[in-house]
Ligand binder design. Structure first.
Ligand code: C2E
Ligand code: MG
Ligand code: MG
Ligand code: MG
Length: 281
């Protein structure tokens, strides 16, 4: 870093830092207009059950930036969280998901699909989060039990009492909950049993190492065992090979999501993918 010459605060920054600050400010500025300009898209990644049955999808946001092209959520969700822009963005995601569920509702081929939506901590902590979700469900006519909220362990544990209270209200409406990236956080077993979850989602870092790292295969088996003990579902994310899928199935995890089946794709591609699999039960 530059030496403090006591004249100009900007000289504290080295050129790399300066460039990073400028780029961040530009991105933040673009992010502010992205919603109004309708630059966000929802992609869908299929989730497959036993017998190659599609059981649903995870909704994953994409940003179609006018000059940068498709921006990954890894590159803008953290900034959206820091700036609070995740609130309107998260609401847009939920609303888009609910509208889609309403459209699927009328077709027997899609009526049973569950749509999983990622929820940010800031969004979930809003005192009116439950009312917002309730209003969206009423206004769109989506079936509440087709909407699944994905929470992370860090979100759930930062305020366990608030988390449990909100989950209970939303489950009362019919919503489902999945614990995303499971195994990477700090959940203690005692907290885990208190959360009214419907599903554990095994993090892809463990799935990737099935057949490579013995300890990761053990972690996968342990998570599956935990889900079974709790009497809830378990799904694996990041499934890329038949070997991984076979190991998961052998150990009792028959729900999978990953590139083995499909990358996250736009709605029309997702719907044509559905027809390539058996119709949902
Ligand atoms: P996530 O919720 O854990 O989503 C899974 C990520 O893994 C997705 O990345 C997905 O494209 C990727 N993935 C799926 N299958 C495979 C596979 O077989 N191999 C590999 N290598 N990757 C796979 P994506 O779409 O880039 O999203 C990244 C993260 O951004 C998500 O992680 C989630 O935390 C966040 N995110 C995405 N959409 C939203 C959103 O609408 N709201 C919020 N708050 N966060 C979102
Ligand atoms: Mg997720
Ligand atoms: Mg995940
Ligand atoms: Mg992840």
């Amino acid at each position: 870093a530059a030496k403090n010459d006591g004249r100009n605060a900007i000289r504290f920054f080295d050129p790399m830092m300066q460039a990073a600050v400028t780029a961040r400010a530009a991105l933040e500025n673009d992010l502010r207009t992205a919603l109004a300009e309708q630059q966000f898209l929802l992609y869908y990644q299929i989730q497959i059950g036993p017998g190659d049955q599609p059981v649903g999808a995870e909704a994953l946001i994409r940003w179609q930036h006018p000059t940068r092209g498709l921006v990954s959520p890894f590159d803008f969700i953290p900034l959206a969280e820091e700036t609070g822009l995740i609130l309107p963005i998260g609401l847009w995601v939920l609303q888009t998901a609910c509208k889609q569920l309403q459209r699927w509702r009328n077709d027997p081929a899609t009526a049973d699909l569950q749509l999983a939506v990622n929820v940010s901590a800031l969004q979930f902590r809003q005192p009116d989060f439950m009312e917002q979700v309730g209003a969206l469900l009423r206004h769109t006519g989506a079936r509440p039990d087709r909407l699944k909220l994905e929470l992370t362990e860090s979100l759930a544990l930062e305020n366990v009492e608030d988390t449990i209270a909100k989950m209970k209200v939303l489950r009362g409406l019919g919503l489902r909950f999945s614990m995303d990236d499971f195994g990477t956080g700090q959940s203690s077993l005692s907290y885990l049993t208190r959360l009214p979850l419907d599903q554990l989602k095994i993090d892809q870092s463990f799935v990737r190492n099935i057949g490579i790292q013995h300890t990761d295969a053990l972690i996968v088996q342990t998570i599956i065992g935990m889900a079974h003990s709790l009497g809830i579902d378990v799904i694996a994310e990041g499934v890329e090979t038949e070997q991984q899928r076979a190991f998961l199935a052998l150990n009792g995890c028959t729900l999978c999501q990953g590139y083995l089946f499909s990358r996250p794709v736009p709605l029309d591609a997702f719907e044509s993918l559905l027809t390539q699999y058996a119709s949902p039960a």
